[in-house]
Design a protein around this ligand. Structure first.
Ligand code: IPM
Ligand code: MG
Length: 363
């Protein structure tokens, strides 16, 4: 009997549903090649949640997520919700589900693809060989700190961190560094922010438990500059919520496109995890068969590896993507002269087919 795994699928808004369809195709290919079956349970989040139940995170969706634990998410947000009360904006659905499931650790791997070296806005020699991991704190800091106030004439957001929050994300980053190149760069703004001073002190103390890891600290403004000057200096980068949000968008361009960057959000206990692209819902190109589904498909690979212990299937997907790109197939965001521009659906088909055939040779 093949093993069955249940996965919650939350396509969301904008390009979410169409890139999710491609991820599902790839899951079907994995079913055929590996001795496993997937039960997919769909739910609404973001604007889709507002349309279905009046709120960005419907109770039904949260209950489903809590029961099943392993979640594949598309993206949330659409211009049509811009005029709503900020409390029920689609983005709140994402923030709420991360908080409700305690997913404080967001892992965003950034890898250069050989075939895309010439499509980045940076010189190929700067990005060739990049292999870094951004570990972003996800449920604290400026996006969650209280008070949050808005009046006609004044607004307040609060940046807060306590030592427990810093401790647990820092350990995730050190543990990741131990499994990788043993270098950790902690990003802060300790020359100005109290939260960053606490952050730096705590990171220093935890470093004593990881004598093999080479720790450095970098101010966030410098980190933004270093990412485009010499990105290969980084192995694991540890950040708070807001800095990681910004720097991970920046880092995604090192791979050629924001459409290439997956992410995993994990908690300490309970096995809850959300896998989603790092990019947004791009409503301007939704339903035009233009969106790049690769970040979504790479999120499937992360899900298979981290939540379902299927590293071979994860490698098969990564290889399928590399081979598809090497064959010159590109969505428009990663196109270059000489490449064949294909749509979202065709990219999904090509990668799914490649998973089927590549797998035959390797396993
Ligand atoms: C991300 C997104 C979200 C975030 C938004 C949509 C709330 O930008 O996952 O990076 O800031 O965390
Ligand atoms: Mg972001």
């Amino acid at each position: 009997m093949p093993t069955n795994h249940t996965i919650v699928v939350l396509p969301g808004d904008g390009i979410g549903p169409e890139i999710m369809d491609q991820a599902v195709k790839v899951l079907k290919a994995v079913e055929k090649r590996f001795d496993t079956t997937f039960t997919l349970e769909y739910g609404a989040i973001g604007g889709a949640g507002i349309d279905e139940a009046g709120v960005p995170l419907p109770d039904k969706t949260l209950a489903l997520a809590k029961r099943v634990k392993v979640i594949l998410l598309g993206s949330v947000g659409d211009y049509k919700y811009d005029t709503l009360d900020p409390k029920i904006r689609p983005e709140q659905g994402l923030l709420q589900i991360r908080k409700a499931l305690g997913l404080f650790a967001n892992l965003r791997p950034v890898k250069a693809y050989q075939a895309l070296l010439h499509t980045s806005t940076l010189k190929p020699e700067i990005i060739d060989g990049i292999d870094m991991l951004i570990v972003r704190e996800l449920t604290g800091g400026l996006y969650f700190g209280e008070p949050k106030i808005r009046t006609e004439t004044n607004a307040v957001d609060s940046m807060t961190y306590n030592v427990e929050e810093i401790d647990r994300i820092t350990r995730v980053a050190f543990d990741a560094a131990m499994k990788r190149g043993k270098r950790l760069c902690s990003v802060d703004k300790a020359n100005v922010l109290k939260t960053s001073q606490l952050w730096r002190d705590k990171v220093e103390r935890i470093a004593k438990d990881y004598p093999d890891v080479d720790l450095s600290h970098m101010y966030v403004d410098n980190a933004a500059m270093q990412l485009v000057r010499n990105p290969k200096q980084f192995d694991v980068m540890l950040t708070g919520n807001t800095f990681g949000d910004i720097l991970s968008d920046e880092a995604s361009m090192l791979t050629g496109s924001l459409g290439m960057l997956p992410s995993a959000s994990m908690g300490a206990t309970g096995g809850y995890a959300i896998y989603e692209p790092s990019h947004g819902s791009a409503p301007d190109i939704a339903k035009q068969n233009k969106a790049n589904p690769i970040a979504q498909i790479l999120s499937v690979a992360m899900l298979l590896e981290y939540s379902l212990d299927m590293p071979q299937a994860a490698r098969a997907i990564e290889q399928a993507i590399a081979d598809t790109l090497a064959a010159g197939k590109r969505t428009v965001d990663i196109a270059e002269p000489g490449s064949t521009i294909i749509g979202t659906t065709e990219m999904g088909d090509a990668i799914a087919e490649q998973v089927l055939s590549a797998q035959l040779q390797t396993v």
